[in-house]
Write a protein that binds this ligand. Structure first.
Ligand code: NAD
Length: 280
């Protein structure tokens, strides 16, 4: 049976480290503040936004909440971002995605000052990651690196297969694993012989967005398996992109869903907020 990589415990460790750093900044008279913008009231987005605000409260980060109407225009949203970019008391700006269809998501991401881009989605942040410069890193992949390191998984020189090439998970994940000196293969929906490619992985990171897609037949004996997916199954229970039951019998270590990658995303957002002070 594989070692279970406990994302809940590791995320709590990271949040507690952030809490200590925030307390130290407060002693120097420095407060940290995150502006959270939500457009419309998509229920899933509201849950994410609330969890982010709760994490801020736990750590001692002030959060400014902007709940905008669904009909908010792109210009109105851009104006708010511009105002927040200019405010010295605001360290991080987060626009909860997706935004309603009449707003150009890329224009919004580009409008955020890269020094306040705590989600790490701005092209400048992504470019900095690509060429090894300082900048914010997308929270989910950054959290996966922390999970691996804090579970003592060796990355250097290992064969890593990332399934998925999205801008928020797959691509930055591949760049981060490359930065950690893994030999990286990125697989996606057009990849041929996916099973054979996955079978070569020492570390398999799965971000496909399809429930229980990866079963034991894709996994090499002793591989480390990271499951990024989040879904609700027919019984309304959470499950991942990996079939935990079969894969945990062949892997040496695996992240569960829930309690694996999920809690790390918010912890890394908090870490980005605290780190923002260093970039500003
Ligand atoms: P996405 O839909 O943007 O990307 C999915 C990727 O999987 C695509 O690049 C596609 O090429 C690839 N893919 C699809 N079908 C495939 C197939 N049959 N074979 C190989 N590759 C295939 O999704 P995303 O935003 O990257 O998210 C992936 C999953 O992770 C989703 O379940 C999402 O809910 C979850 N997620 C979790 C967190 C978290 O905090 N835990 C954060 C972001 C996303």
């Amino acid at each position: 049976m594989a070692q279970i990589i406990d994302g809940k415990m590791i995320s709590t460790m990271i949040k507690d480290e952030c809490k200590e750093r925030v307390a130290a900044y407060k002693e120097q008279g420095k407060e940290i503040c995150l502006a959270v913008i939500q457009v419309g009231n998509d229920p899933a987005s509201s849950v994410y936004v609330n969890n982010k605000k709760k994490a801020c409260a736990y750590i001692g980060i002030e959060s400014l909440s902007y709940e905008l109407e669904e009909e908010t225009t792109q210009d109105e949203l851009l104006k708010l971002i511009e105002e927040l970019n200019g405010r010295k008391d605001v360290n991080g700006i987060l626009v909860q995605l997706p935004v309603p269809g009449h707003i150009d998501e890329n224009a919004i991401i580009r409008a955020i000052d890269p020094k306040k881009d705590v989600d790490g989605f701005h092209p400048q942040s992504v470019g900095a990651l690509c060429i090894g410069q300082p900048g914010f890193v997308s929270c989910t992949p950054a959290g996966i690196i922390e999970l691996l390191k804090r579970s003592n998984v060796d990355i250097c020189g290992k064969n890593c297969v990332v399934i998925g090439r999205s801008n928020i998970v797959g691509k930055p994940m591949a760049l981060l694993m490359l930065r950690e000196n893994a030999t990286v293969t990125v697989a996606h929906s057009k990849t041929q012989d996916l099973r054979e490619i996955c079978k070569r992985a020492d570390i398999l990171i799965v971000a496909i967005g399809k429930p229980k897609f990866i079963d034991a037949s894709y996994v090499k004996e002793g591989a480390v398996v990271i499951d990024v997916g989040i879904h609700r199954n027919e019984n309304n229970k959470l499950c991942g992109d990996v079939d935990f039951e079969s894969v945990s019998k062949v892997a040496s270590a695996i992240t569960p869903v829930p309690g694996g990658v999920g809690p790390m995303t918010i912890a890394m957002l908090m870490k980005n907020c605290v780190d923002s002070v260093l970039l500003q």
